[in-house]
Design a protein around this ligand. Structure first.
Ligand code: ATP
Length: 363
């Protein structure tokens, strides 16, 4: 029997609620199966750890994760700690330390979910946004001088490398090629940013020659926001820089109904290190401890985790259970206009996961 070693890092806020819910669902999936099981190891890194130790995770923390098969992450963010410390001290440390250069964000309007776009049919919105996750605007290059003086200066330099752009373009073209429409939109801003973004466009053209069957186009990031709202069906796979995709994917999540539903995977496509899966929402301290968090974003992230582990049938089973639950308005959490609690939704997904298994065995 295969044992998948899964590191669980709940982090802060509602991350501490949705990650255990994700574990419960994965456990339900493994129950009664004789070909695989999960071994979970939890890490208490995040804001509370920072208050005790002055760092978000131990210096040698990456070594504790290195031999895991995957990481399930909650969120990092604490109202009492500056955001750049929580982000750089934990999430980015793992993403960059493990060179998880492809951040993949699928968006669909799940059954039963009422999106905010009036004229958008469910089938019109089926996107995967690929975010460059290792450099660009988040390269960490920059600094401050003359602090506290009138001539104070601060810079954040967006840094793009040919190798970094080539690998994310190749990943995005390959992903687009694997989807039925074989359609890729390359998001750019080369009209205003005339160095790195022009190289980005040139490399997109170069890599496109390796994928003659993929239809692709280029869109300025500002125009892309309008296109997402006005012509959602014209998009399928989208690739964008670290910052652009960060913003576009929050818009995508809102257009699909709620931030609480959207999943993401931080992938090392070469599988040198473990990849990390997490809901895209943050720590949401306003609803923490109330049992109100929507766990669907975490469950969908578990679907991505299962796909990455090479368990497509289990991934489909979990996605089917999720869609059965979202189709029932009585099982909607408050962010979706319902009144169900997180535990109720979690128990329902676990029940369906087991029912689907029984049905498949009986067939
Ligand atoms: P952070 O600083 O960590 O990014 P945040 O609270 O500023 O956290 P988010 O957590 O992304 O930002 O959430 C914004 C709002 O969306 C929250 O205040 C919360 O009300 C709502 N929200 C986010 N995630 C969920 C969820 N899983 N279930 C229900 N509501 C959610």
């Amino acid at each position: 029997m295969k044992t998948y070693k899964i590191a669980c890092i709940p982090g802060d806020g509602i991350g501490k609620e949705v990650v255990p819910a994700g574990q419960q669902v994965l456990q339900a999936l493994a129950e009664g199966q004789n070909n695989f099981r999960f071994a979970f190891t939890s890490f208490d890194w995040g804001g509370d750890y920072f208050r005790q130790h002055g760092i978000m995770m131990p210096d040698k923390g990456l070594d504790e994760l290195r031999h895991m098969d995957a990481i399930l992450f909650g969120s990092a963010g604490d109202p009492h700690i500056p955001d750049h410390i929580t982000l750089w001290g934990l999430r980015l440390k793992i993403c960059q330390g493990f060179d998880q250069y492809a951040n993949v964000r699928p968006t669909r309007i799940l059954p039963g979910i009422d999106g905010p776009l009036k004229r958008c049919r469910t089938e019109d919105l089926d996107w995967v946004i690929v975010r460059e996750n290792s450099e660009g605007e988040y390269a960490g290059v920059g600094g401050r001088a003359h602090q506290g003086h009138p001539i104070e200066v601060a810079t954040d330099v967006s840094m793009m490398t040919r190798a970094g752009v080539e690998r994310i373009m190749r990943y995005a073209f390959r992903l687009a090629q694997s989807r039925p429409r074989k359609l890729l939109t390359v998001v750019t801003k080369s009209n205003a940013q005339r160095h790195a973004m022009v190289m980005w466009d040139e490399i997109a053209l170069q890599i496109s020659q390796e994928f003659p069957d993929v239809h692709w186009d280029k869109e300025l990031v500002d125009a892309c926001t309008a296109r997402m709202v006005n012509r959602p069906a014209s998009l399928d796979t989208v690739v964008a820089t670290n910052l652009h995709a960060d913003i576009l994917s929050d818009l995508a999540a809102a257009l699909a109904g709620s931030l609480g539903i959207a999943p993401t995977g931080n992938i090392d496509p070469e599988r040198r290190y473990p990849s990390m899966f997490e809901p895209i929402h943050g720590s949401a301290f306003d609803i923490m401890g109330k049992g109100l968090a929507n766990p669907i974003g975490t469950f969908w992230s578990c679907v991505m985790l299962l796909e990455h582990l090479g368990e497509p049938a289990q991934a489909r089973r979990l996605m089917q259970a999720i869609e059965t639950v979202t189709a029932n308005p009585a099982l909607h959490t408050r962010d979706l206009g319902g009144s169900a609690g997180m535990q109720e939704v979690t128990d329902a997904v676990c029940q369906f996961v087991q029912k689907i298994d029984q049905r498949q065995r009986a067939a």
